[in-house]
Design a protein around this ligand. Structure first.
Ligand SMILES: [Zn+2]
Length: 115
């Protein structure tokens, strides 16, 4: 399958649609560029951390993207999701063992009282 060729809007040099910059004039090629506002990036970070599995939506959406920025977003949401899941398990286990310890203490105290 031949790679479709596109033309740089600034200098007319032929470029690949996957190129981020024109190899001739360095113009930033926008046809591959999905715009990420700061708000969207913050939203992706927020969802990845607070609602762990949903951050993976962007991982799947952008992971195969040839656009390096989208790929970075995909990797970032993946890393944040994994970190968030680990933290959740860690906190969950911590609470569980703390409760367990309390129950054990109460049990030993009850045994000590002859129950
Ligand atoms: Zn150009």
């Amino acid at each position: 399958m031949p790679t479709p060729i596109t033309v740089c809007p600034k200098c007319g040099n032929t470029v690949f649609p996957t190129d981020e910059f024109c190899s001739h004039c360095g113009f930033r090629l926008s046809f591959q560029q999905e715009q990420f506002s700061i708000g969207k990036i913050i939203w992706i970070i927020f969802v990845s951390i607070v609602l762990p599995p949903f951050g993976l939506v962007w991982t799947f959406k952008y992971f195969k993207s040839k656009n390096t920025f989208q790929k970075k977003i995909a990797i970032m949401s993946l890393v944040l999701t994994v970190v968030s899941i680990i933290l959740n398990i860690w906190i969950g286990v911590g609470i569980f063992s703390a409760v367990n310890q309390q129950v054990n203490q109460v049990n030993t105290q009850l045994k000590g009282l002859g129950y």
